[in-house]
Design a protein. Structure first.
Lengths: 112, 111
């Protein structure tokens, strides 16, 4: 079983829609869950991260972790064309190195 | 705002040639990473580096790969004898607390 799985999309929504992006993970020991955004031909940029279970909100973005089902989500409210990008979930692996294990990424297009 | 920089942005090389990819991490960061992303695939961890030595490496990071911090600012990834399957985007990252900051990447094409 893969450590992190993510629906690759693509996902196309109209401007103003609520977007839901999701990942599942396999190892219940994981504690840090990240969401990165990657624009075309750019490096990943951290949007937000969550420690353990629960929700975290930052403006139009909400990250949610459900450790009982090993499910992580990113919600985008009032989506804008500038939100069009690939969204990558990532798990911070345990140990001293803090390496990241990424999902495949979901390509999102917000249509004006 | 400080950022991770990488050079070159693109590199084309012949199979069997050596390439060196360069990165300048954010100046006060202590942990450094290389990741790669083959076209259409996920970003994969290659190696982490701390205190002038490798702290962890993946199965991908075989004897053909090496990393070095030759001075106080640069962090390099060397591929000794490139293969076709090394064609990918290579991202450098540096870390402060929980956040890894990624550079814009070097697109390597091996012909």
């Amino acid at each position: 079983q893969k450590e992190v799985e993510q629906d690759p999309g693509p996902l196309s929504v109209p401007e103003g829609a609520i977007v839901s992006l999701n990942c599942t993970y396999s190892n219940s020991a994981f504690q840090y869950f990240m969401w990165y955004r990657q624009y075309s031909r750019k490096g990943p940029e951290l949007l937000m991260y969550t420690y353990s279970s629960g929700n975290k909100e930052d403006g139009r973005f909400t990250a949610q972790v459900d450790k009982s089902s090993k499910y992580i989500s990113l919600f985008i409210r009032d989506s804008q064309p500038s939100d069009s990008a690939t969204y990558l979930c990532a798990i911070r692996h345990g140990g001293a190195t803090n390496k990241l294990i990424f999902g495949t990424g979901t390509l999102l297009a917000v249509q004006p | 705002e400080p950022e991770v920089t990488q050079t070159p942005s693109h590199q084309v090389t012949q199979m069997g040639q050596e390439v060196i990819l360069r990165c300048v991490p954010i100046s006060n960061h202590l942990y450094f990473y290389w990741y790669r992303q083959i076209l259409g695939q996920k970003v994969e961890f290659l190696v982490s580096f701390y205190n002038n030595e490798i702290s962890e490496k993946s199965e991908i990071f075989d004897d053909q790969f090496s990393v070095e911090r030759p001075d106080g600012s640069n962090f390099t990834l060397k591929i000794r004898s490139t293969k076709l399957e090394d064609s990918a985007m290579y991202f450098c990252a540096s870390r402060e607390e929980e956040t890894q900051y990624f550079g814009p990447g070097t697109r390597l094409l091996v012909l």
